[in-house]
Design a protein around this ligand. Structure first.
Ligand SMILES: [Zn+2]
Length: 218
């Protein structure tokens, strides 16, 4: 278990150094906060990016945290193809698939979580496991045993998985569970918050509502 968000930063930096060499020169901020999802990644065309993890994440087993952080870092790594499946496959391609599998086991995504009416998906524990090589699969077995994590059938998730925000010129694009939401550029450091109520997803930037879209939780 991590002691505090400082450890989270250390974990993130280690991950960048070992698996995402293209990002080591870029300014990265990793912190915890109140979120409607487990993670949120936000990046600008100028290069710097920020990851916010749900405040409960520091109590997760370390391999699950690494899996979540890797997924978030892979979003800007593979843009402009920011589908969740492509993001997951990038994580696996970097040899971090067993961490991703632990994370999916931990958040009860045992089977694939289909989004956008089946056109995109978060890979579930089972699919990720099938994509691992022999060595990676045995590492996964060891991690599950060491951290006492039992993969099981999905139950309804309490939070969204994650949000990816690309701050471009004049506008920002939010990717939430495969749905792209375009908002007029909020202030660069504005705080983005999501609220799901009455079948609508409301997006706030610095407490001001900037988008509202129909939302049906899948
Ligand atoms: Zn994602």
């Amino acid at each position: 278990m991590l002691e505090q968000s400082n450890d989270l930063k250390r974990l993130g930096r280690r991950l960048l150094t070992h698996a995402y060499p293209e990002f080591t020169e870029r300014g990265i901020v990793i912190e915890t906060g109140k979120l409607r999802s487990y993670g949120q990644v936000r990046w600008r065309d100028t290069g710097e990016f920020q990851i916010i993890c749900h405040q409960d994440i520091i109590r997760w087993p370390e391999p699950a945290i690494i899996g979540l952080l890797a997924h978030e870092i892979s979003h800007p790594a593979i843009e402009p193809n920011s589908s969740e499946e492509a993001t997951d496959r990038d994580v696996i391609g970097r040899g971090l698939g067993y961490y991703l599998a632990v994370e999916r086991a931990y958040v009860n995504k045992y089977d694939d979580h289909r989004i956008r009416g089946g056109r995109d998906r978060y890979l579930g524990f089972q699919s990720i496991r099938k994509l691992l090589n022999f060595h990676e699969r045995s590492t996964l077995e060891n991690l599950l045993e060491d951290f006492n994590i039992l993969p099981r059938e999905s139950t309804r998730p309490r939070l969204l998985h994650d949000t990816a925000i690309h701050d471009g010129l004049g506008q920002s694009i939010l990717m939430i569970e495969g749905q792209a939401i375009q908002i007029e550029r909020p202030q660069p450091d504005s705080e983005i918050k999501l609220l799901i109520r009455d079948e609508f997803l409301h997006v706030y930037a610095d407490e001001e509502i900037v988008a509202q879209v129909p939302w049906h939780e899948e």
